[in-house]
Write a protein that binds this ligand. Structure first.
Ligand SMILES: C[S@@+](CC[C@H](N)C(=O)[O-])C[C@H]1O[C@@H](n2cnc3c(N)ncnc32)[C@H](O)[C@@H]1O
Length: 309
C-alpha cells in the first residue's frame, strides 16, 4: 500500500493515502462509527490522480468504485454499529445529458442502494434544511431565480436539502459489542428529543443547525480546492458522534478533507482515524486535529449545558 504520509497524535491518526486501499488493509470489526461526506459522484475532481473517487466519467462508474469502499467499511465496522454519510441530490444540465434535458440525479438513492447491496441495513434519513436564498446567491441556479418564477415557473425547482443517511451493520456478534450508552445527567430527555428530529433545521423553530459552522478552508493558494471542498458542518458531525458512539471510541472518516469529522469527534472525547488523498487537505487536517487535541474534549459538557438551558 502507498501511504504517502501519516501523522499520529495522542488520540488520532491521519493518513495521506487512497482510502480504498487503506480500508481494505484494516482489521475486521475495529471501527465504532464512521461519519463522512463522500465526493459527490463526478461533481468535482479534487486531484488529478486516478485514485480520486471524483475522477470518473459517469455516475455508474463512481458507484462501482464507491461500492468497494462501502464493502470494506462494512467489514471493519463493529457488528451493530453505524456509518453516517452526508449527501444530496445533484443537478444535471443539458450539456451532460444524453436526452438534452435538465433535472436531478438521485445520488442519495444510489448511495442507499450501494450500501444495501453491500450488506448494510438502511437505518435512518435526516433531512438538513438549507436556505434557498443563500443557495441562489451561491449557485445562481436558474431553478431558483425569481425572474423564471415570473416568466415560466415550470422551469423553476426549489431549495436543495442535504441528507444524512445512517446505516447499521446488522451481523452476528452484535450482542457482544458494548451498547452506546447515554448518561441521563448529561443527556436528558430534551436532548434525545432534539437529536431524534427527522429534519434538522437551519432556520428553525426548535433548534438551529448552522451551515456556516464549518472549519475555515485555509488551503494556501488553491482557490479551486477551497471552492470545491464542501466542509462537513461541525454541528452535524457533533450530533452524530454524540448519538452513535461512546466517549473514547474510534470514529473513522475515509474522506477526511481538512479534518472536520475528526475535529468534532476529538472535541467530544472520541478517538479519530482519517484518510485523505489530496496532500494540501491532509496537511490542513493534521493542523486542525492537533488543535482539537490541544483544546481537549469539552464538547459533551457544552452539549449538556445547552440542553440544560
Ligand atoms: C466532500 S470532500 C470531504 C470534506 C470533509 N468532510 C471536510 O469537512 O473537510 C471529499 C474528499 O474525498 C477526498 N478523496 C477523493 N478520493 C479519495 C480517495 N480515493 N482516498 C481518500 N480521499 C479521497 C477528496 O480529496 C476530498 O477531500
Amino acid at each position: 500500500m502507498n501511504v504517502f504520509a501519516s501523522h499520529h497524535g495522542r488520540r488520532f491518526a491521519a493518513y495521506h493515502v487512497d482510502t480504498v486501499e487503506f480500508t481494505a488493509d484494516m482489521p475486521d470489526d475495529c471501527i465504532d462509527l464512521s461519519v463522512y461526506s463522500p465526493p459527490f459522484s463526478k461533481l468535482y475532481i479534487y486531484n488529478n490522480s486516478e485514485r480520486d473517487m471524483g475522477n470518473v466519467a459517469s455516475n455508474d462508474e463512481f458507484q462501482a468504485n464507491y461500492r468497494e469502499l462501502v464493502r470494506e467499511l462494512f467489514r471493519v465496522t463493529k457488528p451493530g454499529r453505524n456509518t453516517a454519510i452526508h449527501v444530496k441530490d445533484l443537478v444535471y444540465y443539458s450539456n451532460s445529458s444524453e436526452r438534452g434535458d435538465r433535472g436531478l440525479y438521485d445520488f442519495t438513492g444510489d448511495c442507499i442502494r450501494t450500501h444495501v447491496a453491500e450488506g448494510w441495513s438502511f437505518h435512518r434519513r435526516i433531512t438538513i434544511d438549507r436556505c434557498p436564498v443563500r443557495e441562489m446567491q451561491k449557485t445562481k441556479s436558474d431553478r431558483l431565480l425569481y425572474k423564471n418564477f415570473r416568466t415560466d415557473a415550470a422551469r423553476t425547482g426549489g431549495g436543495m436539502p442535504e441528507y444524512i443517511l445512517v446505516f447499521r451493520k446488522w451481523a452476528p456478534g452484535m450482542e457482544a459489542v458494548p451498547p452506546v450508552l447515554h448518561d441521563p445527567a448529561l443527556h436528558p430527555l430534551e436532548s434525545w428529543q432534539d437529536l431524534a428530529q427527522p429534519i434538522w433545521m437551519t432556520d428553525g423553530v426548535w433548534r438551529d443547525t448552522d451551515e456556516t459552522d464549518v472549519l475555515n478552508v485555509r488551503v494556501a493558494r488553491d482557490e479551486e480546492a477551497e471552492k470545491h471542498l464542501c466542509p462537513m458542518p461541525l454541528d452535524l458531525t457533533e450530533r452524530l458522534v454524540r448519538q452513535y458512539s461512546n466517549p473514547d471510541e474510534t470514529v473513522y472518516s475515509p474522506f477526511m478533507g481538512i479534518g472536520s469529522e475528526g475535529y468534532a469527534g476529538l472535541r467530544h472525547g472520541r478517538r479519530f482515524i482519517g484518510t485523505e488523498l489530496k496532500e494540501s487537505y491532509f496537511r490542513q487536517a493534521v493542523k486542525y486535529l492537533g488543535e482539537a487535541e490541544r483544546l481537549g474534549a469539552d464538547g459533551d459538557m457544552l452539549a449538556a449545558l445547552q440542553a440544560a438551558e
